[in-house]
Ligand binder design. Structure first.
Ligand SMILES: Cc1cc2nc3c(=O)[nH]c(=O)nc-3n(C[C@H](O)[C@H](O)[C@H](O)COP(=O)(O)O)c2cc1C
Length: 257
């Protein structure tokens, strides 16, 4: 038996063709009023199984079971837009731990993130006891390269690289790993939304991500497996600052062609 398989229960199947219509890999066809797989191009996205009104299609060999959708899951557009408008990068944190169940929910948002070609290539490293050591390694690296970077960047020239330059004394840091960093950045965004919904503040640490990518030692401590890259780093905690209004943004730059 193959490791991963789409199994179609022909007793249940009524040949409605919905599964075939949503199959991006064109791997399902209806013949004699029954669905059947026709090739090897399946990316195991599970859409056929998610759309089947007869529950005739099951996916074997990839992860957890499926959750039934109860009613319509739809967010209020104004609320979503305001969440985007009023989220801020937080760099001041309360010295308060993030509860385990909240952390689990944030990681779940990362795990459920959609990925190119359904690669599901995301992994997460939660920095806890190694947080200060890893930050120290990144600080030393940045201090060492600053004289050169300062030639090209006023930001590098003028910034003070103190001991908390990367993580701002936040209680939790999550390093997101992926084969394709685009997938990791998408996960970061989903995780940020769930973190914010839990009252947390988040910072994307592009600087730490750069340091980790450049340092074999940091990658070793984090445990970056072969083939994976450090995609993004999220710094999280309860905010120690409250923003009262949105910030200025450039006018919309769009062309309709
Ligand atoms: C990909 C990315 C990387 C970032 N890296 C850092 C960082 O290393 N350090 C930092 O202080 N802010 C970092 N930021 C935060 C940006 O400076 C911030 O998003 C921007 O100034 C707008 O502010 P706001 O997020 O409060 O709206 C990063 C943001 C993004 C999107």
């Amino acid at each position: 038996m193959k490791q991963r398989q789409v199994i179609i229960d022909t007793e249940r199947c009524v040949g409605c063709g919905l599964c075939s219509r949503v199959c991006v890999a064109r791997n399902i066809a209806i013949s004699g009023q029954k669905a059947g797989t026709i090739g090897e191009s399946c990316i195991f996205c599970g859409q056929c199984s998610a759309v089947c009104p007869q529950k005739a299609i099951s996916m074997v060999g990839r992860g957890d079971g499926q959750v039934e959708k109860e009613g319509d899951v739809r967010l209020c557009p104004d609320d979503v837009l305001n969440a985007i408008r009023f989220r801020r990068s937080v760099r001041t944190f309360q010295q308060r731990e993030i509860p385990r169940e909240v952390l689990a929910q944030i990681l779940e948002a990362g795990r459920l993130t959609h990925t190119a070609k359904n690669a599901q290539d995301l992994s997460f490293a939660v920095l806890d006891r190694e947080k200060d050591r890893v930050e120290g390694m990144a600080v030393r690296l940045f201090r060492a390269v600053r004289p050169i970077a300062g030639w090209f960047s006023p930001l590098a020239r003028n910034s003070r690289i103190d001991e908390h330059f990367f993580f701002f004394r936040a209680p939790t840091v999550i390093v997101i790993l992926a084969n394709d960093p685009t997938n990791g950045v998408l996960a970061a965004q989903n995780m940020e939304f769930v973190a914010e919904a839990n009252g947390l503040g988040v910072l994307y640490s592009g600087f730490f991500t750069m340091a980790a990518r450049a340092s074999r030692k940091i990658k070793q401590v984090i445990g970056v497996p072969k083939g994976k890259r450090v995609a993004m780093t999220l710094v999280l905690g309860y905010p120690g600052v409250k923003y009262l209004r949105s910030t200025p943004h450039r006018a919309l730059d769009v062309r309709y062609l």
